[in-house]
Design a binder for this molecule. Structure first.
Ligand code: SF4
Length: 374
């Protein structure tokens, strides 16, 4: 299984916590989309004969694109790649873009899954985050999507924000579970460098929440959603049975994917590459038929560490038999390294599966990094 990721680097306004690549001026939008089309054509050999099971429009805000712009990109993909008939085609969307008409348009061109950036159902939280939408937009767009026949929906929520009390978090979760949204991504607010939030924290205008609050909210979400029949299948992701995101799952299971557009990453299992994070340079380069990317070949140690990092974040964990077969050299020292972590009940070994114990889940990345082979 392979996937295609298309990065649409435009947003109406900048959310204070965001460190993705995007521009709030749309002046280069047409030229940039033309170049993404060209990149899709130039790189078709990279996925020859691979059935494409997931196409993902991420960003930025892909819902900023018109029906015609998205249709051209999908047409290019269909013409140049072996798209599986059951392909999951996801569009990341902001609520203010998802009118009834827009939902019908998206459905008509083949979008069959929406990932909606709701973040909170409280106006003051949205204002604090500098989101472009209102609570009314959020509830209306979910309604439009369900009525319009796109029921495969994922909603993003953020927790551990300064204004989010436990009561408000409970209400946010209740609204979504009552609507039976099949997939939820719940992210712990992180303070990334070069964001407005980072600047505000440095100026002491924002006080980050205490770790204990973040931990409490993480487990509140987990317990509540599990009681409502959701599987906690990755540290930030919950799904009703069978509603896993094919796109995200392929990342965590290290499947091959092609990423096009500025800042997009690609992965072959043996190498990674990434496009330049600048719209003007991206356009200039593609206009001259040059790919604006850099590539890194992954060493056995890199690949081994990735298996641990991605696997331990998921409910499937790491398959020890496969790990031993693929990484015989690394496995010998790894075997000794896991003993203390198993004794401290941070890691659990069940038959041939290694997982993080639920009470240490929130520390999955740190625990995985303790096992890295350098
Ligand atoms: S809409 Fe999404 S990509 Fe754009 S600034 Fe906000 S969080 Fe970042």
């Amino acid at each position: 299984m392979s996937g295609i990721y298309i990065h649409i680097p435009f947003c109406k306004q900048a959310c204070i916590y965001c460190d993705f690549h995007f521009s709030t001026t749309l002046k280069n939008k047409a030229a940039l989309l033309t170049c993404i089309n060209k990149e899709l054509e130039l790189r078709k050999e990279e996925l020859t004969h691979e059935p494409i099971q997931s196409i993902y429009f991420g960003g930025g805000t892909p819902s900023i694109c018109t029906k015609a712009e998205l249709a051209v990109l999908l047409e290019t993909i269909n013409k140049n790649y072996a798209v599986d008939p059951s392909c999951e085609i996801t569009l990341e969307a902001n609520p203010d873009d998802l009118t009834k008409v827009k939902i019908d348009e998206l459905k008509s061109i083949g979008i069959n899954r929406l990932s909606i950036g709701v973040q909170s159902f409280f106006e003051e939280d949205l204002v604090w985050m500098h989101r472009a939408h209102s609570v009314k937009d959020a509830t209306a767009c979910i309604d439009h999507a369900l009525q319009g026949g796109i029921s495969n929906i994922s909603v993003d929520l953020i927790f551990a924000t300064p204004l989010l009390t436990d009561d408000k978090l409970e209400k946010n979760i209740k609204i979504l579970t009552q609507l039976a949204i099949p997939h939820l991504s719940c992210y712990n607010l992180t303070i990334e460098e070069k964001t407005s939030l980072h600047h505000l924290v440095k100026l002491k205008k924002v006080v980050p929440v205490l770790d204990e609050v973040a931990v409490r909210q993480f487990y509140f979400i987990r317990n509540h959603l599990q009681q409502q029949g959701y599987e906690h299948y990755e540290i930030s992701n919950y799904a009703k049975p069978g509603s896993y995101s094919k796109h995200n799952t392929s990342y965590w299971q290290r499947k091959k994917y092609l990423g096009v557009g500025p800042s997009a990453h690609s992965y072959t299992g043996y190498s990674r590459s990434w496009n330049i994070r600048n719209n003007e340079t991206y356009i200039r380069s593609l206009t001259q038929n040059k790919l604006p990317s850099e590539m890194e070949t992954l060493t056995m140690n890199n690949r081994f560490n990735e298996v641990l990092l991605t696997g331990l974040r998921t409910q499937w964990g790491v398959n020890l038999t496969e790990l031993k077969q693929e990484f015989q050299t690394q496995y010998t020292s790894f075997q000794n390294q896991i003993i203390p972590l198993v004794n401290e009940a941070k890691l659990i070994v069940t038959e041939d599966k290694l997982t993080i114990s639920p009470s240490f889940l929130i520390m999955a990345d740190r625990i995985a990094s303790e096992l890295f082979i350098i």
